[in-house]
Design a binder for this molecule. Structure first.
Ligand code: SAH
Length: 454
């Protein structure tokens, strides 16, 4: 972080703006909005400057820049069209230890101005540290579109409630839950926007009276196969509201980046050299955390109800009466299918898909006769080490040795690798791949030649 983001109060504080053209005009507009005591130095001014002066909004110094003009100022902005003058202004400010912004030249500046989304009192400032201002602007436009116009009204309303919330609720956890309920209220924002103070007060009072959950809850959330963009909006909301997130190896770092910063993280996966936490202990952790009154998110790779043992974890909760809910995720089969260009069904090649466990021996024998049938796609989860057995059984039950197969390793992530081949070469393909990998068997696997895009 080369720049420290900071919001500062410029009201009635002297600010020097050097320059009188279009660019300076834009800066002046912003500074006036922030209530600065603005003095503008230039030898020529565009007409709005004279209007502002007449309205008593700023002072014009119709002269060349001189370093003494900085004295007493809190901030300096160099916005002339001369690089040399801007540099001189910047050097003079530096010598006086006053922050200086130089328009379009962050290298010369000691302060930069971000792109701003203004829903006062809510302010969102975006900066690319001067490296990509257009990116910052595009991002600003996106956020503008995303945030309701009257969001600022809710923020201001919240500001007025802070003292009462502080005395009503003990502890930051309770307070946060109250605020979340307030900000997610489906009618409050509109009511405030309509200026209906009386009704807004009634809605708020009802929120204060509603008891906050005493005991915790568990939300089983599917994190998708890797690419964080594949997480659902609901899943995202859950990980941003969680007190505790219990996760394992299949959840990508990219997704973990999106977890609320101060949520507690409990890793229950396998680490190199160690065994994973036994299922029984995971169930126990969920139970204990929820009993402490926390909002627990159990985050799982892919979809929690597809080979995720999600059901077992929930069953353990039902006995203790802990409330729970489930947010589905994109399962590895869907993710790998899309990102490898292998559709799982196709009118000509496959009328059905079967998601099959590759733990062939551990989980009882599979119905190989049926699996070897034509016109379907087989997707094996956890099949890497069992690939020789899968190959052997399918061949033995009559599937052709030339049946196309694909192995997708780390599907949807930037490390995705796809190995394509034939069924009679499956075992040797698997020997090259690493976990997690998915095995796709069926005619559709050949479509990758034309449909690969990632
Ligand atoms: N609940 C998960 C599956 C858990 S079982 C889901 O719905 O996707 C674990 C197996 O899923 C792995 O052995 C592997 O076969 C598969 N898998 C999970 N993520 C994967 C990925 N990104 N790429 C390839 N296979 C993956």
């Amino acid at each position: 972080m080369n720049w420290f983001p900071l919001f500062c109060d410029l009201r009635h504080k002297a600010v020097l703006l050097v320059g009188g053209g279009d660019v300076a005009e834009r800066k002046a507009r912003l500074l006036l909005k922030a209530g600065a005591d603005l003095r503008v130095c230039a030898t020529r001014f565009s007409s709005p400057f004279y209007e502002w002066q007449q309205a008593g909004k700023l002072t014009l110094l119709e002269t060349r820049f001189a370093p003494e003009q900085i004295d007493g100022c809190w901030l300096v902005i160099a916005a002339t069209d001369s690089k040399e003058v801007n540099q001189y202004v910047s050097d003079s400010a530096e010598a006086r230890r006053v922050f200086c912004n130089v328009v379009d030249a962050p290298a010369q500046a000691s302060a930069i101005m971000p792109s701003v989304v203004d829903r006062s009192p809510l302010l969102i400032a975006i900066s690319s540290s001067g490296d990509a201002p257009v990116m910052a602007r595009l991002l600003r436009e996106k956020i503008e579109a995303l945030l309701p116009q009257h969001l600022g009204k809710v923020a201001a309303w919240a500001g007025s409630l802070r003292p009462r919330v502080k005395t009503t609720f003990n502890g930051t956890g309770q307070r946060r839950r109250f605020w979340e309920k307030l900000f997610q209220h489906d009618r409050l924002a509109q009511t405030l926007a309509n200026g209906d103070q009386h009704r807004a007060e009634k809605l708020t009072e009802a929120l204060f009276q509603q008891p906050l959950a005493e005991h915790g809850e568990v939300v089983l959330v599917g994190a998708g196969p890797g690419d964080a963009g594949l997480m659902t909006l609901k899943g995202l909301q859950q990980i941003q509201q969680a007190d505790v997130v219990v996760y394992d190896r299949l959840v990508s770092d990219e997704v973990m980046e999106l977890v609320r910063r101060d949520a507690e993280r409990i890793f229950v996966g396998k680490r190199a050299g160690y065994h994973c936490v036994p299922q029984e202990s995971i169930n126990q952790i969920l139970l204990e955390q929820a009993k402490l009154g926390k909002r627990v998110v159990r985050l799982k790779g892919g979809d929690p109800f597809i080979f995720g043992r999600g059901a077992e974890e929930l069953e353990a909760l039902t006995d203790s009466g802990i409330p729970f809910s489930v947010v589905p995720g994109i399962t590895a089969a869907s993710g790998c299918s899309a990102y490898s260009g292998i559709p799982l069904t196709h009118r000509d090649y496959a009328q059905s898909v079967r998601l099959v466990t590759g733990h062939v021996q551990k989980e009882g024998s599979l119905d190989w006769q049926n699996l070897a049938a034509e016109k379907q796609t087989l997707v094996f989860y956890m099949g890497l080490t069992q690939a020789p057995e899968i190959e052997r059984q399918l061949l033995a039950h009559g599937m052709s040795g030339e049946m196309p197969v694909a192995l997708v390793e780390n599907g949807t992530s930037t490390r995705q690798r796809v190995f394509s081949g034939r069924l009679d070469g499956l075992a040797s393909l698997a020997a090259q791949a690493q976990s997690p990998s998915l095995i796709i068997v069926g005619r559709v696997a050949a479509l990758r030649d034309r449909l690969r895009w990632f």
